[in-house]
Write a protein that binds this ligand. Structure first.
Ligand code: SF4
Length: 285
């Protein structure tokens, strides 16, 4: 059996930086809190929690004058403000690419309506929107376009600035932008801020899934970039599995499978992918 492993599989630079820094911070400090899952991968979160990091779900759970990690996706502007009020020391591990989107928005938000094309409930989209002021809207799919146009009209801004969540599906972004261009008669500035790590991984997933009998996508169940890889693979391959780790592969029948493709999302550690490869090789014998 052939196994094709994506060369863009696994940690992106942003996630790697966040996890390396978190390990360093945990080793040098006591009582470190992290607001939300540090990255969308349960195995990674568990490892860091074993070392002493405490995951909390609201800034209100963070004691006054304590220490707080802001995760790779970043967080709401209100979180930074509230942390300051509580005397909380912040270790901001937001990926530099997401910080740079926030800076771009900051320059445009006074005279542009901000449109974020991304998942509506994703912490990155919500975080970026919170830095956009009142005149902003998140579009996840075509069903949101009319409401966005209504909000844009009410905002009285004559220009709109469109950006994307860094892990959004590239084709879907292009499609939504084309619809917006047809429907909006105002000046539109479009910046496709999908991260290279995401687009490379999506393109490679598309290629690999076209030539295998089984495509295995590895990643956290809540990971947006991982789910996109599953969607892309399903367009090309009848047999697609989204798994978190090797335990999800138990009892698989590989008899009719000649070629397997493996691609891991941006928050998936290499060790998890290696365990999966070892397991498949053993089962094959
Ligand atoms: S996918 Fe890109 S933007 Fe997101 S954390 Fe990784 S490097 Fe940063």
């Amino acid at each position: 059996m052939d196994i094709i492993i994506g060369k863009y599989s696994g940690f992106c630079n942003g996630v790697k930086y966040t996890i390396d820094q978190a390990n360093k911070i945990i080793s040098e400090n006591k009582d470190i809190y992290c607001l939300g899952e540090i990255v969308h991968n349960e195995n990674v979160v568990e490892e860091l929690e074993k070392k002493g990091m405490k995951t909390i779900h609201s800034i209100n759970e963070c004691p006054n004058n304590s220490k707080l990690i802001i995760r790779a996706h970043g967080d709401l502007k209100e979180t930074y403000d509230k942390a300051k009020e509580k005397g909380v020391q912040i270790f901001d591990l937001t990926c530099g690419k997401i910080k740079s989107i926030r800076m771009k928005i900051d320059k445009k938000k006074d005279d542009h309506f901000i449109i974020i094309i991304g998942k509506k409930n994703h912490p990155e989209s919500l975080g970026v929107q919170s830095f956009s002021g009142n005149n902003s809207y998140i579009i996840e799919d075509e069903s949101n376009i009319n409401e966005c146009i209504e909000k844009l009209a009410n905002s009285k801004k004559d220009k709109a600035y469109i950006i994307s969540q860094t892990t959004f599906n590239s084709d879907k972004f292009d499609k939504l932008v084309n619809i917006l261009k047809e429907k909006i008669q105002k000046e539109l500035i479009v910046e496709k801020t999908i991260c290279n790590a995401t687009s490379n991984r999506q393109q490679e997933t598309d290629l690999i899934s076209k030539e295998v009998d089984l495509m295995i996508i590895v990643g956290g169940k809540k990971s947006s970039n991982t789910k996109e890889l599953e969607v892309i693979s399903k367009k090309n391959c009848k047999n697609v599995l989204l798994i978190q780790d090797v335990n999800d592969l138990k009892n698989m029948n590989y008899k009719k499978i000649k070629k397997i493709g493996i691609m891991a999302g941006a928050s998936t550690p290499e060790i998890i992918v290696n365990e999966i490869i070892d397991y498949i090789k053993k089962e094959e014998k």
